[in-house]
Design a protein around this ligand. Structure first.
Ligand code: URA
Length: 237
């Protein structure tokens, strides 16, 4: 059972304060009857809510896709700087969302946020084969030998064993561009693998995770809810 204001605010459409007003104005119905108070508790899976006659798409879990900007931490709280949670409106900051895995502070791109711990854990485990694809620009000229080394599974200087990965060269020259596909997400992994090839990363952006591609309509710092089809696809993996 959950409070009505929490249920409606979790859709991201209204703040709790707005929910209070909507309830007072008699615009919120629960199973066809006007809701009495925002504090009233309901089983959100069993009750149908409408606002101004429109059904409220309640989500048992919340999934957001963010285009993470550089300079922001993939954390829920950090005394030292802005986190991705700080980029959300207040009503979404309080519902227990956390980032699914981490991108480095300077890395941009696709970051999922959810309150569904179980599915998040599966998405991050190499066992479930969720490929993560990164666009990168590096200093130096990428070559077929670099691609081969990635495919073989690299062992880094500090002993880190990397699973076989893919390096697709998009352009090669004094600086090069490529797509890197990883099945795991060890600390600074893309940067460390490319540094080990003598091609330090200058820019890094995650563009895909499993079947989800970064929405090209999202500017850095913007987010959107995953569609039902998108988050059900993640749960069913
Ligand atoms: N690999 C990195 O080096 N950094 C990231 O943020 C993600 C993958």
């Amino acid at each position: 059972m959950e409070r009505l204001d929490k249920i409606l605010a979790s859709t991201g459409k209204w703040s709790r304060r707005e929910v209070k007003q909507l309830v007072r104005q008699g615009r919120v119905l629960a199973d066809g009857r006007p809701a009495a108070s925002p504090e009233e508790k309901y089983d959100p899976e069993a009750v149908e809510f409408t606002v101004d006659g429109e059904p409220v798409g309640y989500r048992r879990v919340t999934w957001l896709m963010m285009n993470k900007p550089g300079g922001v931490l993939s954390a829920t709280e950090d005394g030292r700087g802005t986190t991705v949670l700080d980029l959300l409106p207040p009503e979404l900051r309080r519902i227990g969302l956390f980032p699914v895995g981490r991108l480095d502070k300077d890395t941009e791109g696709l970051l999922l946020l959810t309150d569904d711990g179980e599915t998040a854990h599966r998405l991050l485990s190499p066992k479930y084969h969720v490929d993560k694809i990164y666009y990168t620009r590096v200093a130096g000229c990428l070559t077929e030998e670099d691609c081969h080394a990635f495919r073989q599974g690299m062992v880094l200087g500090d002993g880190l064993h990397c699973l076989p990965a893919e390096l697709e060269i998009l352009s090669a020259g004094d600086s090069s561009e490529a797509l890197v596909t990883l099945r795991e997400g060890k600390f600074h992994q893309v940067k460390r693998m490319l540094a080990a090839r003598g091609k330090p990363v200058q820019y890094l952006k995650r563009v895909q995770m499993g079947n989800l591609t970064l929405d090209s309509g999202l500017q850095p710092g913007e987010f959107r809810f995953l569609t039902e089809q998108e988050w059900k696809g993640l749960e069913m993996r």
